[in-house]
Design a protein around this ligand. Sequence first.
Ligand SMILES: [Zn+2]
Ligand SMILES: [Zn+2]
Length: 231
Amino acid sequence: MPGRPRSERPERPKKPKKPVRPRRKRCSVCGVVKPGDEYHHDSEAPDGLRAQCKECRSEYMHEYGIAHREERREADRIRRARDPEHYRQYEENRREEQIAKIKAVRKEAEQVYGGKCAKCGATEELEFDHPNGDGFEHRKIERPNAMLLRITREGRLTDFELQLLCAQCHLEKTREERALMTFRKVSLNDKRRMKELREQGMSITEIGEELDFPYGTVSYHLRAMRRKDIE
Ligand SMILES: [Zn+2]
Ligand SMILES: [Zn+2]
């Protein structure tokens, strides 16, 4: 019956697609014969699998992404401008995902270090502490999240000693340490004075980036500190 619009035609029962998945087939790109699970599914393909293997596909997608980076950015920009509310929501969700991800990484890293406060045994609100007092040096070369990620990959760190403390114990420790230190500002240019302080057993740390200079990030000062003897 010709001429009848598609919508009026009686619905033909759909033939269930049963792709014949070959156990092995030849990749159309690299030409290697590989088992079926090394191909992505493709419901359009007669055998239900892509013509190129996963490896070739991912290589292609990677290169495609690089080649079309500018176009993609431009398309992104246009989509954003069209529906800013949608993208605000999307970005909020993404941020939440990121936060959840880093929380999970943190939990895993904490487990590597025993999962409880080294002082009181608390298992909540844990923080990583540098018992040797080299936290400042460490943070200069590695961001905290990168550190957590590295712990989940490598286990306990060998380059910096770490321990877990609960927030309360950490705060108390920091207060005690501050009480045991004497801080002095030393001008970076005063080499003679710096040498003197070193000879007196002061450890000298750069804190230029910690100070808020209205005119930039030049580091002007060093912090000299000494742990007073406890006894
Ligand atoms: Zn291939
Ligand atoms: Zn504690």
